[in-house]
Design a protein around this ligand. Structure first.
Ligand code: NSS
Length: 433
């Protein structure tokens, strides 16, 4: 075969030429005289039309015997077709079967339960819905990184294995590390803080782990977190950065991922609203609002998932909840200058009931206060020696945040559950595939 191997997405520019497509058969229809082969190669889909009288007879028979998801090389002439989504189809002249499955593909047209689909995640990823989600995920990550890169941020990765606790002692995955205990990172923040003292504007981005037994539609045990950390930024500048980042990501998804959003039947009107300025509520205002709306969460407690859902439904765009009580937040947050019971932090809640996508704060930069917080929380002091050093040698006002990628993907794609936002979701009940 001389016809050049061409990605399906590039077929429109190869109109009138003979090409070869390498991919999989994702559907097939036949009349007695024509096979319609639906092909996909990861870059797109195209219909191959095989006419009985135009190809050798054995080829027509071979095509008829193909099971779904057979891997194939199909050669054909690219022809304009107004009805096709990509505007072209392939008039098939050749077919090489790379492998024909021996039986029916497990994922069919009928409705499968979610557990069945998750058990078959390795195959489920081939479906057009999952492809749309993964493409949007890729776009979100790409845009987040390029936004930070273009704004002068340096990527400084943090370790996954660590001897120190991150967000608090609960929800840690502990493992034996030669003769000591190690933990899987819950956050890269403490390391990002050290890097901020070296490079000013930094971020880390990697997998993080929480052994929480939460069975909600928002929790995974392994998720990816993007964590900027900025020297000489206070609480307010920190929130401005979050707003700019989120607006940038959503605008670029709308610009580049229209076909994927259509595939997911995502109503894009709420996404078009994601523009500055976002709403802001102080923690106390949020509690008052919740009480008016029927929640019984007392002043002083953290907000529950239900509370977040209710709050986001009051606003047409993301909303910041600022300055939570110190006792429900992590030890490293900076005390509020006007109220020692509060800290300078923010949670950014995504609209339409999605809730928290970002948690951030200004950091405690005073050595003595930080040490006393570590003691109050009964954290192992030795493990934080190096972290305390940052307050000993040139301490500095600094702030940062963590954005959970799967939370953002679930919101932007309009997913019912976060597990579809990860290619290989990990939850309390799922470690495979
Ligand atoms: O616990 S966070 O609120 N904050 C931190 O870990 C800080 N150390 C980040 C920082 O300041 N550098 O988590 C941050 C975000 C949160 O808003 C969610 O979007 C996401 O991480 N997150 C999760 N996503 C999925 N599953 C779980 N379990 C989860 N926990 C947090």
């Amino acid at each position: 075969m001389n016809a050049p191997w061409t990605a399906i997405k590039d077929l429109p520019s190869a109109e009138g030429q003979e090409v070869t497509v390498k991919g999989w058969l994702y559907n097939m229809r036949s009349s007695g005289k024509i096979h319609f082969l639906q092909l996909r190669d990861g870059s797109g889909t195209v219909q191959g039309v095989m006419v009985k009288q135009d190809v050798p007879e054995e080829l027509f028979v071979v095509a008829k015997g193909l099971w779904l998801e057979a891997s194939v090389e199909v050669t054909g002439m690219v022809r304009k077709d107004e009805r096709a989504p990509s505007g072209v189809e392939l008039t098939v002249t050749g077919l090489v079967v790379l492998q024909n499955p021996t039986d029916e593909y497990p994922i069919g047209k009928k409705d499968h339960g979610i557990d069945f689909l998750l058990d078959h995640r390795h195959l489920w990823l081939r479906s057009s819905r999952q492809q749309a989600i993964m493409r949007i995920r890729d776009r979100i990550i790409w845009e987040a990184r390029s936004f930070l890169h273009d704004d002068g941020y340096l990527l400084v990765d943090s370790p996954i294995l660590s001897g120190a606790v991150g967000e608090g002692a609960s929800g840690l995955f502990e493992l034996d590390y030669f003769d000591e205990k190690a933990y899987l990172a819950q956050t890269g923040q403490l390391y990002a803080e050290a890097a901020a003292a070296a490079f000013g504007k930094v971020y880390c981005f990697g997998p993080t782990f929480r052994a929480e037994k939460s069975k909600t539609r928002r929790h995974l045990t392994e998720f990816w977190m993007l964590e900027p950390e900025v020297a000489f930024y206070g609480h307010k500048e920190n929130m401005d950065l979050q707003e700019r980042l989120v607006c940038h990501i959503v605008a670029r998804v709308l610009e580049h991922c229209r076909p994927e959003l259509r595939m997911l039947e995502r109503d894009t009107t709420p996404l078009e609203n994601v523009k500055p300025p976002f709403h802001h509520l102080q923690y106390g205002e949020a509690i008052d609002m919740l009480h008016r709306l029927g929640s019984e969460t007392p002043y002083g407690s953290d907000l529950g998932n239900e509370d977040e859902t209710i709050l986001t439904q009051q606003f047409d765009r993301p909303v910041f909840i600022e300055c939570y009580p110190k006792k429900v937040k992590a030890f490293y947050m900076k005390e509020h200058p006007e109220n020692p019971d509060l800290v300078l932090c923010d949670d950014l809640l995504a609209p339409e009931g999605y809730g928290e996508i970002i948690g951030g704060s200004q950091r405690e930069d005073d050595y003595d206060r930080l040490l006393s917080r570590i003691r109050e929380e009964k954290l192992p002091e030795e493990a934080y020696d190096w972290y305390l050093d940052l307050r000993k040698y040139g301490t500095f006002v600094h702030s940062g945040f963590g954005m959970g990628i799967e939370r953002v993907v679930a919101w932007v794609c309009g997913l019912q559950h976060i597990r579809e936002a990860s290619p290989w979701p990990r939850t309390i009940y799922r470690l495979n595939p």
